[in-house]
Design a protein around this ligand. Structure first.
Ligand SMILES: Cc1cc2nc3c(=O)[nH]c(=O)nc-3n(C[C@H](O)[C@H](O)[C@H](O)COP(=O)(O)O)c2cc1C
Length: 152
């Protein structure tokens, strides 16, 4: 399956998480392209059978628990289109000391519903990626393995 893994990051955690997931999916014979959200074109989006959106949670214009600000132009650009039948999954990095732990995941899930996309698996929420990178990497690998089984 052609998979587009879209990410944004501030301190690199979401990029590392995306690479782990991409590696596992590639090992499962999927064709994965990893791209920063600000580089994603409508053609990339159209070409993918499954789109994975990965984001840390962040403040945006005094709202807490939002996707990385780079997601805003991307979401604005496609919000009026419909992607019925397009498969989606969501990866969130956050910190449970914040009021809206991985709030970006909920925002992205709502957005996927709005554009008629289909979530193919439960989203993953990673707490404090760098605090225990080894355990968190294993969680991401298992999530990706499970996703690979669901879409096979
Ligand atoms: C200004 C700021 C706001 C944040 N807001 C939230 C939040 O609302 N919810 C949450 O779960 N984590 C929040 N975090 C934690 C980050 O999402 C977390 O550190 C994440 O792992 C960063 O990912 P990155 O390495 O890809 O940038 C915030 C961090 C900062 C610095």
């Amino acid at each position: 399956m052609k998979i587009l893994l879209v990410f944004a990051t501030n301190s690199g955690g979401t990029q590392l998480a995306s690479q782990i997931v991409a590696e596992t999916l590639t090992k499962n014979n999927h064709q994965v392209t990893v791209k920063e959200v600000r580089e994603v074109s409508p053609a990339d989006f159209a070409a993918a059978d499954l789109i994975i959106l990965a984001s840390p949670s962040w403040d945006y214009e005094s709202l807490e628990g939002q996707p990385h600000p780079d997601y805003r132009p991307f979401m604005e650009g496609i919000k009026d289109q419909k992607f019925a039948g397009k498969k989606f999954a969501v990866i969130g990095l956050g910190d449970s000391s914040y009021t809206y732990f991985c709030g970006a995941v909920n925002v992205l899930e709502d957005f996927i519903k709005k554009i008629d996309g289909t979530l193919v698996t439960d989203s993953i929420k990673i707490d404090g990626f760098y605090l225990d990178q080894s355990t968190n990497s294993q969680k991401l690998d298992m999530w990706a393995q499970n996703l690979a089984e669901k879409i096979s």
